[in-house]
Write a protein that binds this ligand. Sequence first.
Ligand code: NAD
Ligand code: MLT
Length: 310
Amino acid sequence: MSKVLVSDTIDQAGIDILSQVATVDVKTGLKPAELIEIIGDYDALMIRSGTRVTQEIIEAGTQLKIIGRAGVGVDNVDVPAATRRGIVVVNSPEGNTIAAAEHALAMMLALSRHIPDANASVKRGAWDRNSFVGAEVYKKTLGIVGLGKIGSHVASVAKAMGMKLLAYDPFISTERAEQIGCQLVELDLLFQQADYITLHIPKTSETTHLINAVTLGKMKPTARIINCARGGIIEETALAAAVKAGKIGGAALDVFESEPLGESDLRSLGKEVILTPHLGASTTEAQVNVAIDVAEQIRDVLLGLPARSA
Ligand code: NAD
Ligand code: MLT
């Protein structure tokens, strides 16, 4: 019987599917050296974002046929190294779209109404209504960078809340943007006009530090930025300095240049900054979706059927 190693926490629905065709070992929190030591016994590896699948791990996985990433981003897998060894890498491109979009929208509203800090103050025993006067999103301009699956869902909900929508995405047509209710514009115009800017792009060489001291300088001093996409798209030291200097209204971040977030200027900022620990896909529904989606693909490959690669 085939053997599957699950090295991050995955919903039981996925484990049940894998168990139909393989012996499944769930071993989370392994150090890289521990993973290297045991990976040679396995035909498949199923991960979330916690396991970094390096070239060394791939080379030690002499029996590996498939690596399944229960989520969208395969940036924690050395895909070229896997491809060289003939190992298929699969993901779940749509399983957590709604979860991530709703997290971005929740961040936008929480930032506008200071919900995390107001909640903390009531729990401390205070009743301070003056410090938490917020702003409405109705009739404000939302700039969406990346109008793919998540960006499009954010657009449709934001439109229903009465927001004006600008979008920047060099890979989609004006017609497609208009269908979703967005005006496609150049990035500089989006930066200049948006009251809220939400990022829904992959991290690539082009998007790394897209938000930096120069681009922050183009935004309104009241603008608020939301990043539920990938850490490193925002240069965090520049963002913290801009918030501190009042050059930008605030930010809500779910993803960071280095995760878990260590020492960071962002942590000492006040109600203008909200930080969550990479929770975009952390809903019960999304975790069931991605676990089933990826487990089915692993099962198929172990049965000798073709896979859809990431
Ligand atoms: P997607 O591929 O459907 O959409 C990405 C869009 O970005 C595409 O339309 C593409 O044309 C556009 N794009 C690419 N390069 C661009 C650039 N330089 N400038 C502007 N647009 C560009 O992806 P998605 O499923 O919508 O995911 C978006 C992001 O969210 C990804 O980075 C993904 O990893 C991340 N994500 C995060 C979480 C989380 O837990 N926080 C959960 C799911 C997805
Ligand atoms: C993803 O790429 O799907 C997200 O970052 C969520 C996750 O951590 O799995």
